[in-house]
Write a protein that binds this ligand. Structure first.
Ligand SMILES: [Zn+2]
Ligand SMILES: [Zn+2]
Length: 258
């Protein structure tokens, strides 16, 4: 049984709840512990039942809640060594288990988690593929990623729930008031995925549910994102059910039966 909810997702803060069987954990903690607590209660969960937090990278919009979650709730964190070192400089020491690209790890008994190497302007960023004990790929989490690669596509193929960055509309970004250096950073191989890239990844991996996340508030809108992606979805695939995370709010609760 899978239950998931994107508690918050934008360049201002990212945190996602995942439950597989009795394993409950977060992917990133980029909003306050108070907001995590409140939003978890809205969906019938609570912070104290979490088994840990798995971290993608050290940018502020992914780590804001770490200090309180660590000190007040005693949660365990899982991150690469380089990511841990960067976060420690910002928030002080916290309990962490070190993970490595390509090495499966567990936060509890049921979810098997594989970190994938991605390109982004941080020390050692990762995406996560989460399977159950029967090797069924249940959740793929790919955010803050400059380029999709054949290796990522191969790993994430047929995942049930794909939580994917659809950060910007290429057209809106080009026309935006952002300074050129920032536009170039976002578009670079270490930047963020566009709506077009998200559509390409969905076409290649064919998830059952695609959750569009990490949307820019300046260079994208829910409507633009949906229409750009739907236009590019291939007629040759079974189209996924698409979930849009509303601005400043959580997503709907996502469930699968198996
Ligand atoms: Zn981010
Ligand atoms: Zn980032």
């Amino acid at each position: 049984m899978l239950k998931a909810c994107v508690l918050a997702s934008s360049s201002k803060g990212n945190a996602t709840f995942v439950r597989i069987g009795n394993d409950r954990f977060l992917i990133d903690a980029g909003i306050s512990a108070r907001r995590i607590n409140k939003t978890l209660r809205e969906i019938g969960e609570n912070t104290r039942s979490l088994k840990g937090v798995i971290l993608t990278h050290e940018h502020q919009d992914h780590i804001t809640g770490i200090k309180t979650l660590s000190h007040k709730y005693g949660l365990r964190f899982f991150s690469t060594f380089d990511t841990y070192q960067r976060i420690r400089k910002q928030v002080g020491s916290f309990d962490a288990d070190f993970i490595e690209v390509g090495e499966d790890f567990q936060v509890g008994d049921e979810a098997i988690i594989t970190p994938y190497e991605i390109q982004h302007d941080s020390a050692d960023p990762v995406a996560f593929l989460i399977k159950d004990r029967n090797d069924i790929p249940l959740v793929g989490y790919l955010n803050d990623c400059g380029r999709i690669t054949p290796f990522l596509i191969d790993g994430f193929r047929n995942v049930k729930v794909l939580i994917i960055e659809a950060n910007h509309s290429f057209d809106l970004l080009l026309r935006s008031s952002y300074p050129t250096f920032l536009k170039l950073r976002i578009l670079s191989s270490k930047g963020h995925l566009s709506n077009w890239s998200a559509a390409e990844f969905i076409n290649a991996t064919v998830p059952q549910i695609a959750v569009l996340s990490h949307r820019s508030e300046e260079n994208n809108t829910p409507g633009v994102s949906l229409s750009e992606i739907e236009t590019l979805l291939s007629d040759k695939i079974t189209k996924p059910f698409i979930v849009i995370v509303p601005d400043k709010e959580r997503s709907t609760i996502i469930r699968t039966l198996e």
